[in-house]
Design a protein around this ligand. Structure first.
Ligand SMILES: Nc1nc2c(ncn2[C@@H]2O[C@H](COP(=O)(O)OP(=O)(O)OP(=O)(O)O)[C@@H](O)[C@H]2O)c(=O)[nH]1
Length: 446
């Protein structure tokens, strides 16, 4: 059986669902273990780096990049004479003007930095964010400062979760930042700075930065979950739509089949009716045949109970018409005769082709006199009919009527006798036999 397009679509959706069933946990595990992206700022990454110190803030510390050696070497002379929080460090340029880098997909920063000065050392990291609607180009102090301070372990490698970043309170208070803009944001970061710690002892610090690395996922867990849910929902919706469309198509085709069957049924009904009609009707003349008459008498109770006028009609010398003009003309005479007779009968009367060129008129509820009068009218009408080939056709009529409780066969026999008399008396006439005695009187009783 051919598959419908909707069934094919459902099969593809099923494959997609199977892929999703396997893919969903696979993606979650992969996201948990991998899908990592790394942004290296130091170690030949190409991001411009410059030394910074506190001289712009009124201090006297100095910072100078020194060529040679592995990593980025910075000679930092920290002095606490004029400025309370002396510092120096690295400044990594990530963007220009109002356009920074979106770092919101990164979750941690790892630094590999050593300080040649003895003792423990801390570091400060600043993520400078160009805050649209607040920061202004050319005025770097207007850029939001997201900061974190941490201690360096002995090996100098420290990993800092970026969720611990805080908007620097000194920046908020100094710039009178609107409350709604004071939250941490790193989606438009123009620079990252790495400074010596706030409690660093004054003196010469030789910093060697081997790596400054941001780590994150290519897609956040929430975004991944959302994508998976959307994929499932999309699949479910498409599946439902495909099912609905398939049901609708099936409904349409069964409706079409029902309609076609109705047409076939109707045709069969008509054919049956036609066949039934043929069983009871003479095909040449359209008059009832003997079966039709029997059926009528059986079905029509009233016809059976009432008295009935009977006329047996026989075309005169019909053989001569056949012989002289051909069988086809004979047929035409028979058919025209039946048509003209029927046109002169009442709706409740019946014309029966009794055989050959002999017909029977059954007239419900009519007396013998009325029936005789009708026979005379019919006989007279024969002269007015336009017969084929300009023929002059006459007929003889035998008339009688049924008595109460009388079998119609008996009456028919009587009418036949009357017809015989009509033929005998010269044809083209109507004879009447009211009862058996009268028929005997005519000397024709069988
Ligand atoms: N064309 C045609 N002829 C038919 C049909 N049925 C019977 N006949 C012919 O009708 C003729 C009847 O002839 P007869 O019984 O001799 O009667 P008639 O010639 O009418 O003579 P009378 O009845 O004595 O006046 C026969 O030649 C039959 O072949 C029919 O359906 N079509």
């Amino acid at each position: 059986m051919r598959m419908t397009p909707y069934a094919r679509l459902q099969r593809w959706l099923l494959y997609a669902a199977m892929v999703l069933v396997v893919g969903t946990p696979g993606l979650l595990v992969w996201h948990h273990l991998g899908m990592t992206r790394v942004l290296e700022l130091a170690a030949g990454s190409g991001f411009p780096v410059t030394p910074v110190d506190d001289r712009g803030d009124g201090g006297t510390s100095t910072a100078k990049l020194v060529k040679g050696g592995p990593g980025i070497v910075l000679d930092c002379d920290v002095r606490k004479d004029t400025y309370q929080w002396p510092y120096c460090g690295y400044h990594f340029e990530l963007g220009l003007g109002e356009n920074g880098i979106d770092l919101s997909g990164f979750h941690s920063m790892t630094v590999d930095v050593t300080d040649a000065a003895p003792g423990k050392h801390g570091m400060r990291a600043y993520f400078r964010q160009f805050e649209r609607g607040f920061s202004r180009v050319g005025e770097w102090q207007s850029q939001k400062v997201n900061e974190i301070e941490f201690m360096l372990p002995p090996d100098g490698v420290a990993t800092v979760p970026l969720e611990l970043l805080r908007t620097a309170p000194w920046w908020v208070s100094a710039r009178e930042v609107p409350l709604l803009m004071t939250g941490v944001r790193i989606d438009n970061t123009t620079a990252i700075e790495l400074y010596t710690g706030s409690r660093e002892a004054p003196g010469l610090h030789r910093l060697t930065l081997k790596s400054l690395r941001l780590e994150g996922k290519w897609i956040s867990q929430n975004a991944l979950l959302l994508a998976i849910v959307v994929a499932w929902m999309l699949l479910g919706t498409m599946w439902l739509a495909a099912r609905l469309l398939e049901y609708r198509a099936k409904l349409h085709s069964s409706k079409a089949r029902v309609a076609a069957l109705k047409v076939v049924n109707r045709a069969l009904e008509l054919e049956t009716q036609e066949l039934a009609g043929q069983a009871f009707t003479d095909s040449l003349t359209g008059a009832l045949n003997r079966n039709g008459m029997r059926e009528w008498l059986m079905v029509d109770d009233q016809a059976r109970r009432e008295c009935m006028g009977l006329i047996v009609v026989d075309l005169d010398h019909f053989k001569r018409i056949n012989d002289g003009h051909g069988h086809a003309v004979g047929d035409e005479v028979l058919s025209r005769f039946a048509r003209e007779m029927r046109a002169r009968l009442r709706a409740e009367d019946r014309l029966v082709r009794w055989g050959g060129e002999e017909f029977l008129v059954l007239r419900r509820g009519a007396s013998v006199d009325e029936t005789l009068a009708l026979a005379e009218r019919l006989r007279g009408a024969m002269a007015d009919i336009a017969w084929p080939s300009g023929l002059r056709v006459t007929a003889s009529f035998g008339v009688t009527g049924t008595h109460e409780g009388e079998d119609i066969g008996v009456a028919l026999h009587r009418a036949d006798q009357a017809l015989y008399i009509a033929k005998k008396n010269g044809r083209n006439r109507a004879e009447c036999a009211r009862d058996a005695q009268q028929a005997v009187d005519h000397g024709v009783a069988s």
